[in-house]
Design a protein around this ligand. Structure first.
Ligand code: NAD
Length: 287
């Protein structure tokens, strides 16, 4: 965020700049945003959303696939190089929706430039997250990694944690569009971790003698919980958590119908992450 110069801060404190302050409101409150992966399905939605915010300014749109393209409705030309865009446009925050195989390199560049990051890209390991936490703290920056920015998905996890206290036998089915690269989804992994904490670690499920007639039939496993990944055209992002008990089942399901559902969460992350230092994992930590 732009800093109020010291002398103006003093004048404002003594109450003689209110007219000047309101006249120049933008100068004091506009957050400069760079969107990385700006041509992608999520990145392009973030670009459109940032352009509609009165307290944000889109200073750069970066995508390796961009060539001489202009951001629709603006004079801004897409950049292909993150490093030079950071140096030339000096953003406060980078929003990254790129790919699991390139995101760590991007984030090292962003954090080493002393810039905060709001990250929707999925596919991080525990050691990746430890490295990013260290790097952010060293550079006095905040980084939000949110495997899911949809409010409904966050509530789904919260409600599921309550249900897991009474129904510890759980399986997760996540369903996404067929272009998704990583499986299981970041949301499914985060859900399983949260549920495992409630269950207190490993819980044996199913018949101990069960046998897969086709490899992978029982899905992935986390602390005894099975996770199944569906990839089909037609889905955006859905997840169902099934709780089984004697004589009854309980299902909690969230469906993202289109990518607009993520935008309030991304904007919230942009507004709040500069107040934090180090890694914040999960949007629920900022709500
Ligand atoms: P996409 O393939 O449509 O877009 C990715 C974009 O990144 C592409 O335009 C590509 O050219 C660009 N790109 C690739 N490498 C780059 C690099 N090194 N520098 C700059 N740009 C680069 O993918 P998508 O559907 O927009 O998803 C992006 C990521 O976001 C995925 O990891 C996906 O799982 C995740 N996702 C997260 C959420 C969430 O709520 N956190 C929601 C949806 C998708």
């Amino acid at each position: 965020m732009l800093q109020i110069p010291g002398n103006l801060r003093y004048l404002k404190a003594v109450g003689i700049t209110s007219g000047f302050y309101f006249y120049n409101k933008e100068m004091f409150s506009v957050t400069r945003i760079l969107v990385n992966g700006a041509l992608g399905r999520m990145g392009s939605e973030v670009v459109r959303t940032v352009l509609k915010q009165s307290d944000m300014k889109l200073v750069a749109a970066v995508d390796i696939m961009a060539k001489d393209k202009t951001v629709e409705g603006t004079d801004l030309i897409f950049d292909t190089d993150l490093d030079s865009a950071l140096r030339n446009t000096k953003p406060d925050i980078v929003v990254d929706f790129t790919r699991p195989d390139v995101v760590m390199k991007n984030l090292r560049t962003i954090l080493n430039a002393g810039v905060c990051a709001v990250v929707g890209t999925t596919g991080f390991s525990q050691s990746d997250m430890a490295e990013l936490d260290d790097l952010a703290k060293k550079n006095n920056s905040g980084i939000l990694i949110a495997p899911n920015f949809a409010l409904g998905a966050i509530l789904m996890m919260k409600v599921a944690c309550e249900a897991a206290k009474y129904f510890p036998q759980i399986e997760i089915i996540e369903l996404h569009h067929d272009q998704k690269l990583d499986a299981p989804s970041g949301t499914a992994i985060l859900t399983a971790k949260k549920l495992a904490e409630v269950r207190g670690g490993f819980v044996a499920q199913g018949n101990p003698a069960e046998e897969e007639k086709l490899e992978g039939a029982r899905g992935a496993e986390y602390e005894g919980m099975h996770i199944h990944s569906v990839r089909l055209p037609g889905f955006v992002a859905s997840q169902e958590i099934i709780f089984g008990s004697a004589g009854e089942t309980l299902k909690i399901r969230n469906d993202s119908i289109n990518r607009e559902c993520y935008m309030p969460g991304v904007m919230l992350g942009c507004r709040k992450i500069a107040e934090r230092k180090g890694l914040v994992y999960g949007l629920d930590q900022l709500l």
